[in-house]
Design a protein around this ligand. Sequence first.
Ligand SMILES: Nc1ncnc2c1ncn2[C@@H]1O[C@H](COP(=O)(O)OP(=O)(O)OP(=O)(O)O)[C@@H](O)[C@H]1O
Ligand SMILES: O=C(O)c1ccc[n+]([C@@H]2O[C@H](COP(=O)([O-])O)[C@@H](O)[C@H]2O)c1
Length: 210
Amino acid sequence: MKPTGLLGGSFNPAHGGHRAISLFAMDALGLDELWWLVSPGNPLKDGAKDMAPLSARLASARRQARRSRIRPTAIERELGTRYTVDTLEKLIRRYPKRQFVWIMGADNLGQFHRWKAWRRIARHIVIAVIARPGYDDDALAAPAMAWLRRFVRPVSQSRNWTDWRPPALVLLRFRPDPRSATSLRRDNPSWHLAFRSTASRDPVTRRRIP
Ligand SMILES: Nc1ncnc2c1ncn2[C@@H]1O[C@H](COP(=O)(O)OP(=O)(O)OP(=O)(O)O)[C@@H](O)[C@H]1O
Ligand SMILES: O=C(O)c1ccc[n+]([C@@H]2O[C@H](COP(=O)([O-])O)[C@@H](O)[C@H]2O)c1
């Protein structure tokens, strides 16, 4: 089984913080690859006015992922899924030779109880949470943690995650990285105009990216 990380996100746009946490998580968890699932639309951000087109977000992700084993993919568009639980169930079926771990920043853990079938997600897949400046205290006090807390594993064993039976959660410590897409959009609201997608193949599905 190939140990494979999944980092879902809007990537509006992708930034150096995504790259830094991904390289760190690949090392901490001994991953073969880490897939960035560039979301067709986060269900909790429906109608967000500053959400750039998927093609521009994907192009920004591809630039940030250069020369690494990070694979930015728009596979959720192909699968026709937007809710993570649906994506995971399809990925697990489609890629039986891969063992997936879900990676998310501490801010996402704070919202996790609002995700569709979040307990089912935790029963499918090991979750690794990455510390994020300004969010760590809230994340530990997050409503979902009332249930998830009993499944927390020691960070010193994070390389053994493939042996864990979910639910299992590990809180990875990482040099805090303050970068965010919000601050990039604030500095440059038209960032997406610089990202025209060039024809190529999705590194996960091998389909042509329009
Ligand atoms: N600097 C960071 N430190 C830790 N986790 C991060 C960081 N930046 C992004 N992430 C995580 O990466 C995933 C995708 O993030 P996303 O694409 O929403 O970027 P973002 O910077 O959080 O965007 P926004 O500011 O628009 O909310 C999420 O799990 C998020 O928590
Ligand atoms: O499945 C859900 O209900 C759900 C609700 C909110 C967010 N998500 C996923 O969380 C990931 C992070 O999203 P974002 O916009 O915070 O970068 C992305 O993969 C979303 O599809 C999923």
